[in-house]
Design a protein around this ligand. Sequence first.
Ligand SMILES: NC(=O)c1ccc[n+]([C@@H]2O[C@H](COP(=O)([O-])OP(=O)(O)OC[C@H]3O[C@@H](n4cnc5c(N)ncnc54)[C@H](OP(=O)(O)O)[C@@H]3O)[C@@H](O)[C@H]2O)c1
Length: 319
Amino acid sequence: MKLALIGYGNVGRALARLLRQKRRQFPFKITGIHTLRHGTAADPRGLPEDAPMGPRAESIDAFLDAAGAQIAVELTTLNPSTGEPAISHIRAAFARGMHVVTANKGPIAHCYAALRDEAARAGLGFRFESAVMDGAPVFNLWRHTMPGVNVLGFTGALNSTSKIVIETMERGGSFEDGLAEARRLGITEADGTFDLEGWDSAAKTAALANVLMDARTTPQEVSTRGIARLTPERVQELQSKGKTVRLISRGKRTGGRLSLRVRAEVLDRADILACTPGTSNILLFHTDLMGTFGTVSLDPQVEQTAYGVFSDLVSLLEP
Ligand SMILES: NC(=O)c1ccc[n+]([C@@H]2O[C@H](COP(=O)([O-])OP(=O)(O)OC[C@H]3O[C@@H](n4cnc5c(N)ncnc54)[C@H](OP(=O)(O)O)[C@@H]3O)[C@@H](O)[C@H]2O)c1
């Protein structure tokens, strides 16, 4: 299968490494790479490692035509306000009969149902496991292992940057030290305020609600407050009382009403939502038939995000 990569930053490069590592077993071939500032490379016969980048293709359509791939892999920067231009990239791929895999939660948070239906009508695959919790199974877990289950709600500590900032302040560092550490780890969004003001969590919350609960919502409809006003003094005061703060996403359906919110919540250190350190994430599903259960990912790195994309690619090979 030939792949056209739209976006070639942290995740795109990690995916290229993973594809090289697994190439004997899974012979995917990258035939195109398209970026914003670093130009475009395309060759339907396959690109070499470290392919030289030429001038940027004049449009996404020109790029996809030049790459001649069967699968578009959308890995551009998150835009939590609109999901664009990723949504248009995905539609351009569908229009060419290409399957799509993305790690970008913007399109899932903004128009999942429409994209799902467009893919289904065209007989194409549309996968997005890494949009929430990197490669840890969330959407595929629900899709493949929970027949007949209704998701009534979910609770998650899903934003790593905010946790690194809080932990840095607990150790006596400043808010800015924490943000710098998160940047060093390569886990912040290109615009770090998306993480700290809760937009990343709002996008994940909307994406979860859209896929698991057919919510047809957007990040703007998630009641959101981030950690931007948290100070080292407040964090250390809570720490001395055996408490900590986590940016928590909650979704809940009560009767016909769906409530979605993101808050910096004060938690006991022993709370299961507070127990995952560093870049670790936890998501609990509240269901009708399976009670409450969850997924935990301990210290995922960008390699695990790439794995989520890879697992989606492999799933497209299945009949
Ligand atoms: N990093 C993670 O651990 C992680 C985890 C889960 C999900 N994600 C999601 O995965 C996606 C990629 O993340 P990342 O960390 O790889 O981001 P990144 O390092 O900032 O890379 C983004 C890439 O997208 C390209 N790009 C941006 N706008 C574009 C446009 N309009 N057309 C073509 N290319 C464009 C950039 O081009 P230039 O190189 O020219 O700037 C860059 O190559 C994001 O949506 C993010 O939310 C990331």
